[in-house]
Design a protein around this ligand. Sequence first.
Ligand code: 13P
Ligand code: SF4
Length: 333
Amino acid sequence: MNILEKHNQVAAVGFLDVNVNPRLDLFAEIERLKAEKNAIILAHYYQDSDIQDIADYIGDSLGLAQFAEKTQADMILFAGVHFMAETAKILNPTKKVLLPDLNAGCSLSDSCPPEDFTAFKAQYPDHKVVSYVNCSAGIKALSDVICTSSNAEFIVNSFPKEQPLIFAPDKNLGRYISLKTGRDMVLWNGSCMVHEVFSHKRIVELKLRYPQAEIIAHPECEAHILEMANFIGSTTALLKYAVKSTCDTFIVVTESGILHQMQKDAPHKHFIPAPSNGTCACNSCPHMKLNTLEKIYIALKYETPEITMPEDIRLKALQPIQRMLEISAAAGL
Ligand code: 13P
Ligand code: SF4
């Protein structure tokens, strides 16, 4: 396959679909390619266990952005979803940022198209815009500051009380932060397909079966789920809480990938993934799970698919991300 054919295939299907020798030791090959190309792998906690185990850094959205900002590597392979790799590229315009499968999107990000958001924003000319990092570069470019689930409260509180705010795109995180800060924000009506399907009834049943268990939940969950939680936080905050808590059993209400690190960091504790409505494995993010070891190997070897974006959008999106990183650093986050 020549360069043009590879390019066309990536443009058509979102990744390079080449045969890989099934006897290849993918772990060893990925290590070799990383060293050869001065590349690093950044992985979100929602990735498969194998991918987390080969990563140079595993973190939540804030940790990943902070690590991406500082790295000296020439190439960043992002084992996560598109908006995360895009954020890394916005911060590192001269580095090659690879996403193993360009189809790894995000329902939350997709719920907020820039054209619709531009019209929405125009209805509130006095408002500043706080956008959750789970959005496209186009939305970031329309925002005053970005936040993640670990710094949203600090970011919102960084505005004077009298400053009206729009919070986009996650209505569940927005509602939760409104309650915590006592601010009445205008919310965009977006949500995450994974965090919206947890079953209140089945979590109550689990709690009856394990009365000593603590319920720990991500703030992307709906309000009636968060009301049951003993602790609410970003994926990193949930992990830290579970490790340091004196409790030894947890009902974990977020994407099930986080259980790998929880089990690694606290092997003697019992982590129970919260069940979803119905019989599907809906607590597994289908976007995150598009990445595989094989696709990571191919992406590193052929240096594609690469994240690109128009420079004017990148520059506009960079400002609110930098503001977020500055506020987070000042808050010691
Ligand atoms: P955090 O990484 O901030 O915990 O957010 C979770 C998430 O949904 C990422 O897509
Ligand atoms: Fe998006 Fe939800 Fe998947 Fe996170 S878990 S990437 S918010 S769809």
